[in-house]
Design a protein around this ligand. Structure first.
Ligand SMILES: O=C(O)CCC(=O)C(=O)O
Length: 263
């Protein structure tokens, strides 16, 4: 059975700010698993500061009452678009030196950023329904299950994802098996994802946020990266996929501006 891949940065990799390992086996591993947890990809203190900012800037979204520009994705769980502005306009976040090379490797391309925001599960939220983020592209297993990865969802928690706050349950391998056989062929994993870690999933992978049993909201940053021809047409009818002003776009380094092609 496929398993969640776990990559832990070495001290030397962290110091040098780049991967120092052989990539080919990672590609094969991701093709089979569809899910990888990267431990310690971000500066933890920076994400803690973003957490504080998030709670201030998006305070209105942390109540039960529904908001017109956020998408409800389960009981007390919603997708809130985050403007790529101020401290959120940071290459370490949208073009992380450890994560972007993996995304490029897994999508075999200079993938672009399709969407950036948060999913917040409020205290008391229940388990989310198991789902893949996008319906199959062609609607026929003989094509869809054999395609290489065309998009990736990346989740970076602003507080630890664990049994108390809830985590994202994943079914490694589920992107490549027929829907009816996921239960029999794939095992559910419930990773603990610390602040600073990132969870990357093939866009076809079955997953579900689990219940938040704590008394605090559990926001995660998400980004989706995709081959340049792909647009997610199912998750963004209520809210924008990507929000960045022309002024903020100017702050993006020239070499990374292609990521915002969709904006
Ligand atoms: O809340 C979570 O843990 C994950 C949510 C998610 O991935 C989704 O709604 O697609």
């Amino acid at each position: 059975m496929a398993e969640l891949m776990v990559l832990t940065l070495t001290e030397e990799e962290r110091k040098r700010g780049m991967w120092l390992r052989e990539f080919r086996s990672l590609y094969e591993g991701f093709r089979a698993s569809g899910a990888v947890l990267v431990k310690g990809a971000y500066n933890r203190e920076k994400l803690e500061r973003l957490h504080t900012l998030y709670l201030e800037k998006y305070a209105d979204y942390l109540y039960e009452e529904e908001r017109g520009d956020a998408l409800e994705v389960g009981n007390r769980r919603r997708m809130v678009t985050i403007e790529v502005a101020g401290a959120f306009n940071d290459p370490e976040i949208y073009a992380n030196p450890f994560l972007l090379p993996l995304i490029q490797l897994f999508t075999e391309t200079d993938a672009i950023l399709g969407g950036f925001g948060s999913v917040v599960s409020l205290p008391g939220s229940l388990d989310q329904g198991v789902h893949a983020d996008h319906p199959p592209l062609f609607g026929e297993d003989r094509f869809d299950l054999h395609l290489p990865c065309f998009a990736i969802l990346m989740i970076s928690p602003l507080i630890e994802m664990n049994d108390l706050h809830g985590t994202t349950a994943v079914w490694p391998g589920s992107h490549a098996v027929p829907r009816k056989e996921v239960q029999a062929l794939c095992r559910c994993e419930l990773p603990v994802v610390e602040v600073g870690d990132a969870l990357l999933m093939d866009y076809r992978l079955w997953h579900a946020g689990t219940a938040n049993r704590s008394s605090v909201p559990r926001p995660v940053l998400y980004s989706y990266y995709a081959r340049q021809w792909f647009r997610d047409c199912v998750n963004y009818f209520q809210q924008h996929a990507l929000e960045i002003s022309p002024e903020e776009l100017q702050r993006v380094p020239d070499s990374l501006r292609y990521l915002f092609l969709y904006a």
